[in-house]
Design a protein around this ligand. Structure first.
Ligand code: GLU
Length: 268
């Protein structure tokens, strides 16, 4: 069974969304941070390399600023993320420090990928950090990225670019849904979870349309786009529910959880 292949994946990028890090009222979910830090440090201790792509800056910043909801305008988002990113890192520092695990912050803008020297520069930084046993924590540099200026806008896409850049061999997207379904599970009682997708065809793409949540920005469509990018770059991707970070253990031990998009090489 192809799932067992995932036990051999060494360089793992984990993306966690805003809804997995905060409560619906916008407050930080402390248990989630603590669990995530313990699981990722443990995996790292077992010999894997871990890169975390974390959303949450805008939501956490908006909460700290006392805003009633996540701002929709660019300048509001930039101000909120400027406040929230530091808070986010403060929680990560605290949580990983519990296990003496060093972390680093990397903020990325999309233009980096248009220039080879910038790309190489960023890649070298990742390599050095991994060599130093650090877990890099990545977000978009929301304070300078704007819609007009070629932003990623969602971290599913950002995670796929980062995974490709550093030649990750497994991307795990932790979301508020446990994978991809044959229909909308909120509307269709017969919709069932798809365990493995070996070919991202038109049916899969149209199935993915829509479904964004209120706190984060990505929906299933951005996740399928991310899967298209990484599976073409010799990497597997799994979408799973982020409410219990120990799901990462199940994925990396080859158990059939969430939806696996198998890398292209597998069926070529
Ligand atoms: N970069 C945004 C943030 O940290 C999140 C983007 C997303 O939700 O995908 O708030």
């Amino acid at each position: 069974m192809y799932r067992k292949e995932l036990t051999n994946r060494k360089r793992i990028v984990v993306k966690i969304g805003t809804t997995s890090l905060t409560y619906p009222n916008g407050n930080i979910n402390l248990r989630r941070f603590a669990k995530l830090a313990s699981v990722l440090t443990d995996l790292k201790n077992s010999g894997r390399e871990i890169i975390l792509v974390s959303s949450g800056a805008i939501a956490v910043g908006a909460k700290r600023l006392g805003l009633k909801e996540r701002p929709r305008d660019t300048i509001g988002k930039q101000a909120s993320s400027a406040v929230g990113q530091g808070i986010l890192m403060q929680y990560y520092e605290k949580s990983f420090n519990e296990y003496n695990q060093r972390v680093a912050q990397i903020l990325i803008t999309k233009d980096i990928f248009n220039y080879e020297h910038k790309r190489i520069n960023v890649r070298n930084t990742f390599e050095k950090l991994l060599e130093l046993d650090v877990i890099p924590i990545v977000n978009e540099n929301d304070t300078v990225a704007t819609e007009e200026f070629n932003e990623f806008s969602d971290n599913d896409t950002l995670a796929s670019y980062v995974t490709e850049l550093i030649k990750g061999d497994l991307l795990i997207i932790l979301s508020d849904i446990d994978g991809m379904y044959t229909g909308d599970p909120n509307k269709d009682k017969n919709a069932s979870l798809i365990s493995v997708i070996e070919n991202i065809n038109d049916d899969i793409i149209s199935l993915a349309g829509g479904s964004a949540s209120s706190l984060g920005t990505g929906g299933m469509a951005t996740k399928v786009q991310a899967a298209m990018k990484v599976t073409a770059a010799n990497c597997d991707m799994v979408i799973a529910k982020g409410d219990d970070p120990t799901v990462i253990y199940s994925i990396t031990s080859g158990q059939p959880v969430g939806t696996l998009f198998a890398r292209k090489r597998f069926y070529e």
